[in-house]
Structure formats: structure tokens, C-alpha cells
Design a protein. Structure first.
Lengths: 171, 114
């Protein structure tokens, strides 16, 4: 067994187990920490698929910034008590049943294909920042600029939503 | 030369996506539901990168100077950008709801019905 396959199975098991723990742990802070483990495992998958730029961005943006934001909001609301009310047993059963049947149908639809991923000698330069940056700033420069406008509007929206009620300030 | 079938990545991505769906359907905490949505986005990202790699391997066997598969990785990058903006606005909405009704339980978030 090659080292890549061992890493693949280890990271897959880690990602699936941590994703289960995200859903099933009672404490929201524990859920956030398990979600960070999921993102680390996905970062490892990106590395063994030779997508180094995406691995670093996933680590910094997801496991770093976004998860810190989640943790900050949870601690800000003081939600780390284990007192969340549960849905009824039948609702949970129906949810697991519908999710499982969706997975079954998608697997049945997608299982017959002969594609494979291998690591050949000398290949793998498309995931590097040199190639991606060149394409991003030539062919995809307009979507890149539009995403900056998206960020600006998201920032304005977050500030407007997070502000105190404006009618009380005016009156 | 280690060969990993694309099926394994499809099944991994489907399992992560399904766990995300089950989390959205079973939990009542709005923040956990939001985290499960992030999980589903990441499952799709893994699948996109795997298909990009598969496409690149197939094109590399023909032409050694190919850059096939670059677009998929840029697409994943844009998904991450949009997800970051989405998390900002979504958490701001959750904070606003918490300030108004002092709970993030989605069963109490039915004000728009009345």
C-alpha cells in the first residue's frame, strides 16, 4: 500500500468521524472544534491531490477565520451550556431516513464510472499559486473584481444588521 | 504509481454532504445548522478538486505541458470567497435574532408567520 493510499484512508476516516461528531455533540463549542478537525482533514485531501494553494486557503480562511468567527459568536451568546432542546425521536428518525435515501440514490446514480486519480512523475503544477494566479489575473479578473464588490456589500450588510436598532438612535 | 479511483472521492463527498443534511434536519440550534451548511459546501469543494485532478491526469498523459483543470480550482477558490461573505452576513443575522428573541432555537423563529 502506497503512502498516498494510507493517507487517503486515514483522512477520510478522520473527516467522516469528525463530521458525525459535529452533528451529534451536544455542546456547540465542541461542534465548532470538531468542524475545525473536518477542515484540517479536507486540507490534507487537497494536499494529496496536489492542490497546494487551495489547501493553504482552506486552512487560513475556513479553519482559521470562519471558525474563529463561529466560536466568537457562540461564546458571545454564552451558548456553551448543554441545554439545547431536542427534536422529537420521530423527526430525527425521518431526517436520518431521508438523508440516507438521498445518499443511496446518489451513490446508485454515480457509481459506474472509470475515472481515477494518480500522481505521475512531473505533473501537478496546476495547483500551484503561479499557475492559478496567472489565470486568475488574466482570464478571471472580472469575477475577481466583482467578488471584491461582494465583500464590500457583505461588510455593509453585516454592519447594518449588527448595529443597534436605528429607530431608537434617530428618535 | 498510486492510483485512487474517483469513486472513492465521490463517496467521501456524498457521505459528508449527507451528514450535513442530517445535521440541518435534526438540530434546532441555528448556529449548528449554519455549520452543517458549511460542511456541505466543503463536500462539494472536495468533489470539484477531485474532478479537476482527474481531468488533469487524463490530459497530462497526452500533453505534458497542459494546464487542464485550472478552472475547477479557481471555481473552488470563488466558492470559498462567497462562503466567507455568506458567513459574515449569516452570523450577523443570527446575532440580530438573538438580540431580539434571546434564543437561537429555530422553533421560536416563526415570527414571520404571524
Amino acid at each position: 500500500m502506497h503512502i498516498n493510499e494510507i493517507l487517503f484512508w486515514f483522512l477520510t476516516a478522520l473527516a467522516l468521524f469528525s463530521a458525525m461528531m459535529v452533528v451529534f455533540s451536544k455542546n456547540p463549542v465542541h461542534s465548532v472544534l470538531w468542524l475545525i478537525v473536518v477542515f484540517m482533514a479536507i486540507t490534507g485531501h487537497y494536499i494529496i491531490m496536489n492542490a497546494q494553494f487551495l489547501a493553504i486557503v482552506n486552512m487560513i480562511v475556513y479553519a482559521g477565520a470562519i471558525m474563529v468567527l463561529f466560536l466568537f459568536v457562540i461564546m458571545f451568546m454564552n451558548l456553551n451550556a448543554e441545554s439545547e432542546p431536542q427534536k422529537s425521536k420521530w423527526m430525527k428518525f425521518a431526517a436520518v431516513l431521508s438523508g440516507g435515501s438521498l445518499m443511496l440514490i446518489l451513490i446508485a446514480a454515480l457509481k459506474d464510472n472509470g475515472g481515477f486519480i494518480s500522481s505521475m512523475r512531473g505533473e501537478g503544477s496546476i495547483g500551484l499559486i503561479k499557475n492559478l494566479g496567472k489565470v486568475l489575473f488574466t482570464d478571471y479578473v472580472v469575477p475577481f473584481e466583482i467578488s471584491s464588490i461582494l465583500f464590500l456589500s457583505a461588510m455593509v450588510g453585516a454592519v447594518v444588521l449588527g448595529k443597534k436598532d436605528s429607530s431608537t438612535i434617530v428618535s | 504509481m498510486p492510483v485512487i479511483p474517483i469513486n472513492y472521492y465521490i463517496f467521501l463527498s456524498l457521505a459528508l454532504f449527507t451528514i450535513g443534511i442530517v445535521g440541518v434536519l435534526t438540530r434546532r440550534n441555528a448556529i449548528i445548522i449554519f455549520m452543517c451548511i458549511e460542511l456541505m459546501l466543503n463536500a462539494v469543494n472536495v468533489l470539484l478538486v477531485a474532478f479537476s485532478k482527474m481531468h488533469h491526469v487524463a490530459a497530462f498523459a497526452v500533453d505534458r505541458a497542459t494546464t487542464a483543470g485550472t478552472e475547477a480550482q479557481l471555481f473552488v477558490f470563488f466558492i470559498m470567497v462567497v462562503a466567507a461573505a455568506e458567513v459574515t452576513v449569516g452570523l450577523a443575522i443570527i446575532v440580530m435574532l438573538y438580540r431580539n428573541i434571546h434564543s437561537v432555537d429555530i422553533n421560536f423563529l416563526n415570527r414571520l408567520k404571524h
